[in-house]
Design a protein around this ligand. Structure first.
Ligand code: ELG
Length: 283
């Protein structure tokens, strides 16, 4: 059965667009697991909370300090890029995406990462205590890292964010957001048939909808035996922040009898949902 979600990863994303020498914008978004907790739009001076518990267990003052760090960073980053573009003779428009995150691990340890992409391709990441060019990055990425690595103060701040602040923030969020993070919603499931893939065959569809959290396992089976040709679709969002999944099977019409669709989800405990094709009326 699907693992109960015990580890939550924290993910932040910075999207910076530089259209020309004067037009630029930077937006930030951050998630804990599948829940978006923060948004910081270019137009805004402050980081926006998307949940009442987004501040975690940080005090007002700690949060102010953290936000101030990000305000300074946003201004400096934009200035830096304008300068790099001049020095390196890069062409507009440019898109920079910076993603970072952390995962709490057993025994009070954590793992963090920070990397940057330029025009959609990885260019550099932060490793240990320094900036490192990505494999296959353009040659100027070396120069850039050399330059960034000269700023000891910034490297210390990045290290502090990755290894102290983010894990601390996540630990707090697991407390303040406990009830929402523990939320369980049971799926509904139903069967239908799709357009026959070829003569003499049936296209069986098992729909599973309305579940939360996201991890789910849906299989077509004959008795206890999983059917080999099972095709799992992508888990898709419903509008009410639950999830939807369809799992299909192409079978010879004569073989459809005896097949069943089985749904395992944390909200169901051990009571898997089992739907039998034989009992399905509208074949
Ligand atoms: N430093 C001010 O990433 C993602 C979170 C990073 C947080 C960094 C925060 C530190 C900071 O804002 C800027 O530094 C001065 O003031 C500091 C105290 O406030 C210290 O005293 C420091 O020693 C002093 O220099 C600093 O200007 C920094 O360079 C800002 C941007 C750093 C940065 N750059 C970056 C650029 C990261 C990834 C990728 C890229 C370029 C990608 C592709 C370019 C074409």
């Amino acid at each position: 059965s699907p693992e109960p979600q015990t580890s939550y990863s924290f993910r932040g994303l910075q999207i910076s667009s530089f259209a020309n020498r004067s037009w630029t914008r930077t937006d930030f978004l951050a998630w804990l697991g599948e829940l978006q907790l923060y948004t910081w739009r270019n137009e805004s001076d402050t980081v926006g909370f998307l949940k009442p518990w987004s501040q975690g267990t940080f005090s007002e003052q700690q949060w102010e300090q953290l936000q101030h760090t990000f305000q300074v960073y946003r201004r400096s980053f934009t200035r830096d890029i304008w300068e790099f573009v001049k020095i390196l003779h890069l062409d507009y428009p440019l898109e920079i995406q910076i993603s970072g995150g952390c995962e709490l691990l057993p025994r009070n340890t954590s793992e963090s990462f920070l990397r940057a992409a330029f025009q959609g391709k990885d260019v550099l990441s932060f490793q240990g205590m320094s900036w490192v060019p990505a494999p296959d990055a353009p040659p100027w990425s070396q120069e850039l890292c050399k330059k960034l690595n000269q700023d000891q103060g910034t490297k210390e701040t990045v290290h502090w964010l990755l290894h102290d602040i983010w894990p601390q923030l996540v630990r707090g969020l697991l407390q303040t957001g406990k009830s929402e993070l523990k939320k369980q919603v049971k799926p509904e499931a139903w069967l239908s048939s799709g357009p026959p893939p070829r003569p003499g065959h049936l296209w069986l569809v098992c729909h599973v909808s309305g579940f939360y959290p996201k991890p789910v396992r849906v299989t077509w089976a004959r008795g206890e035996q999983e059917e080999p040709g099972t095709q799992q679709g992508d888990v898709m969002p419903n509008a009410d922040s639950t999830w939807y999944l369809r799992v299909t099977l192409d079978v010879e019409a004569a073989e459809a009898a005896g097949l069943s669709c089985r749904v395992k989800h944390s909200s169901l405990g051990d009571q898997d949902i089992i739907l039998y094709w034989d009992h399905h009326s509208s074949v």
